[in-house]
Design a protein around this ligand. Sequence first.
Ligand code: FES
Ligand SMILES: [Fe+2]
Length: 463
Amino acid sequence: MFDRHIPETMAQCSAINYQEILDTDTRPVPDCLRERSVPDIGTKPVSVEHYTSPEVFQRSISKVWLRTWQMACREEEIPLVGDYQIYDVVGKSLIIVRSGPDEIRALHNSCLHRGRKLVTQNGSKREFRCPFHGFTWAPDGAFLFNPVEWDFPQCSHEQLRLPEAKVARWGGFVFINFDPGAPSLDSVIDPIPRHFDRWVMEDKYIFAHVAKRAKANWMIAQEAFMETHHSIGTHPQIMPFITDANAQYDIFSDHVTRHISGRGHQSPFITDRVLTQDEIANALLNQGVAPRGAAPNALSVVPEGMTARSYVAEIARASLQQETGYDLAETADCELGDSLIYNLFPNLSVWGGAIPNLVYRWRPVGRRHDESMMEIYILKRVPKGDARPRPARMQLLGDDEPWASADNIGGLGPVVDQDWANMEAMQEGLAASEAQVVQLGHYLEMRIRQHHATFDAYCEESP
Ligand code: FES
Ligand SMILES: [Fe+2]
């Protein structure tokens, strides 16, 4: 029924693949997870300059960052008229403000008098009054007031309207684009809205939001999260229960790629023995589910007739049902634990599924090619009948604070710390490269290859 075709030119890991894992699901599997898109985009090496060259980075500011759709905030962070969030990137700054009950604008955060930032902290305002000399704007960007208006014969109110970037919304996320001529968000985000139809991202709230600076280019930071076969070197503790070299990769367009790792199967990197279902289940329950600081779960025995995968999915189904009040009887095992990771070029990752969804966002720090910021959000479903909880405020970790010390991200923290241990060494290693290119796997790293191809296409295109 669905195209499971992989080009014959591409070798595959011989271990069980994700489509075969889906065949064992205890419930009907969502169509979107059966959809495959695996173009052969070749094996050409990628230049290290993408990561190391200040010139390439400078060019990407106008060619990529000021032309692409970027997730700026969640709608729930600005629920009332006048609420705003600041979105800073590559030296630009936007005020993402709710200017009407169902209207959101992205105003350039730079006073049209002498240029002060109008706001430097997120908040809520009835009007934006510049702290320097008091020029004032309405939340819709209309100019309201100049205390010495008689001295500005050259400026009409219309000329003093705050410039805006484009705004679009999907799934409770607010996106911006600096380019007034940019194609619509809809034209680049497909098939994400269709695939996420049943995971209702607009019903989710920010349960956790943590950020940390990486001493590495934004592509290095992002690409650390675009494949799973680095578990062999970086996260050996997850190998008993997550597929890696046999993970699934899809390229849906030059802007949207996907990566899926199934849970409840041992990694093909474990070659010395076949783990029992009890061993897999216990590894999964203790490493992947137990919150940080909590005592490990008591050893579990997988019930007769179940697998580690279906057993752990059943535990997740029951606990999520209890937490949210929604009936998950028809929710498939794959939606209750597999890593279903969609990326939107240039810098957003959103995890699908019925369980709390992870969202990652990467940005360069200021106009630096060798520093970036990564943010992790955990979005949870608002319990049935409950008022929407207030979104968690962003926690910015210091350089010496590990992800493991972050609030509310549980067992994810120590795993991300393992990824973090590669960041600076990647930046330095790439800068030291004699080869001047990096080699990518044909299949396992094809979405990283696509990331660079799309980056190149933007950089080469004239605006
Ligand atoms: S710089 Fe803003 S009012 Fe003068
Ligand atoms: Fe990792």
